[in-house]
Design a protein around this ligand. Sequence first.
Ligand code: BGC
Length: 726
Amino acid sequence: MSHAHPPPSPTRRTHHAPRLPALALGLLALAAAGCEPADAPSDAGVRHTPLPFSPTDATRAYCGDADDDAIEGQITALLVELTLEGKIGMMHGAAGAVVDGVWLVDGVPGLGIPGLHLRDGPRGVSAFSGARATAFPVGALRGATFDPELEARVGAAIAREARSAGADVLLAPTMNILRHPRWGRAQETYSEDVHHLGTMAVAFIEGVQSEGVIASAKHFAANSIEDSRHSVDVRIDERTLREVYLPHFRRAVVEGRVGSVMTAYNRVNGLYCDLQGHLVHEILEQEWGFSGFVESDWYLGTHGAADSVLAGLDLEMPASSRFRRLEAEVRSGGLSEDAIDDSVRRILRAQLCHGLDRHSPVRDASVRESPAHLALAREVARRGIVLLRNEGAALPFGADVRRIALLGRNARAESIGDSGSSAVRPTDVVTALEGLQARAGVQVDEVERLDAAGEALVRAADAVVVVTGLGPDDEGEGDIGAGDRETLALPEGEVALIRTVAALNPRVVVVVEAGSAVLTSAFEDDVEGLLFAFYPGAQGGHAIADLLFGDTSPSGRLPFSIPESEADLPPFDSRADVVEYGFFHGYRHLAHEGRRPRHAFGEGLSYTRFTHADLVLAPPEADPDGVVEATLSVENVGRVRGTETVQLYVSALGSRVVRAPSDLRAFAQVTLEPGERRAVTMRVEVADLAFWNDARRAFEVERLDYEVRVGAHAGDPGQTARFRVR
Ligand code: BGC
């Protein structure tokens, strides 16, 4: 069966004249009094009469609880009032630099339109104008929580802080697929997996927008290289685009009702994203019904004027450069004023549906870094840090650990992420050293050199902690950060350091801080414990100590695979002008190639053990638009309370197209006391199992048997069961 999509449609915006609701007509008539007739030329001083507009299902959904009829009518009235110049003035940023910490887009104060006040970003309020704010753990760590409710709380907290810093649009989430771990901005996004990424991004968006702040899903699309981000042409076939690079953005629109979308800098199949009518106008707007505004990425993200507008770009940021030509293009007949109206309507709809006219942000520094927000940052870090190795019960440290030798390049590092646009400046950062020092009754010997004295400290310690990994000089955003990584290996000297201390002390725990995978094969077998801490944010040092000492059992699960070697991954060339994005990356690639990762996607240990049993699928046969529920029982068979994440992977058996061996289609989390057992149910939407049929230009669910595998990670044989799509 196939899900019909609209037939091939023009990649350019066209304008129809739908029915006009009574309220809008009334407002229109009021506002239009004294105006020129509908077909008046767009000369200076002569107002253009907007096309009538009625709300659609998509615009209604976008507006949520707001009175969309009234709002669309109000917009129509405003379009009547506004001059061409006034409208274009709302389609670009007002200044090339931040004003009082925010990027501005003009409104029309006299007509009750507040304009937009935009600010980064994905891990907290940006450092602009010296604002201090809570540095939450980076997106990769938050992905590792596998906990959308927690992520919604983070979104809401960042939004409250953003409002308190004058913003009503948050430039987040970064929700590009983590295609390769050398990508400099890997830390900002949640995952290499499309289902997991979509779930976490939707949660964040809902959290942000629940506080009256507009979220921006970025960067649309296929943006996952920094060094060549302004020029690289990502070549990608339609099926890969539809199944791997777009579904999470669709969910941001359809489920998250995201207020705005930011185009990416890169090209896709030869066209810059702001000129990509197929991606923006056809898919985002027409197919998915996105009804908010599309903004460019900053400074070099707009490549056309009329062409960009017709492709679907509404807002050039942060100032008018290309869009300076728009007025002349309309006056010369190169672009219809209706196209301008369409963009302005989207920009106004976002402001009015999100109530920016009713509650403007109130600056209040006391909202930022509040005790509740700092506690949340610590809770999230505890929940996301992943335990990857624990030999001989080296962890948690008990009463027998009174003296710790601490080493490694990140022991004193403020591990809050890169120096790009997502940078946040907190008042205080708890480093790993400070987190350990804060433990009562524990002596921390910092070992700076492994000379005779240093070796003696390592030997004498009850346990050794090596905090290593990367920082802002190693990976980050292009231009304003370090860009893409050169290698997946740890920085020079760190592996040798780990191996040396491992020969001196039998209880060595390594803590790796990085935005995504770092190769661990060269040292892992020599040490007893391994924690992957990402960039754990301003409270990260406390969270690391909390986990090392077992205040809580680790529950983080890797949101990416850690390969044995970089050769196991698809190629990554951050300087190429043209790159091919194939259908496989991450765990799907490793499984397809038959390569075992060092650590699988979804993997993570805890201080207890869980068993899974009695997997049942219902119903055993489903329709292509149906739902199959998988239920199993999960038991905590260890000695401490813990949180388990069960993951559901699906394989299409005998598909007629190339598929990944299996794909994550659902996950669920349960916290259990020792000895406690509970049933967990997950839903699989059968439509999510569809492949993109290029010939039909539609998704198609194959009538086949599907195998469901539920386990603790992508490589876990787990339990299996089958259902049939009839
Ligand atoms: C980044 C965006 C960011 C924008 C504004 C750009 O360089 O790619 O993610 O939101 O700057 O700071």
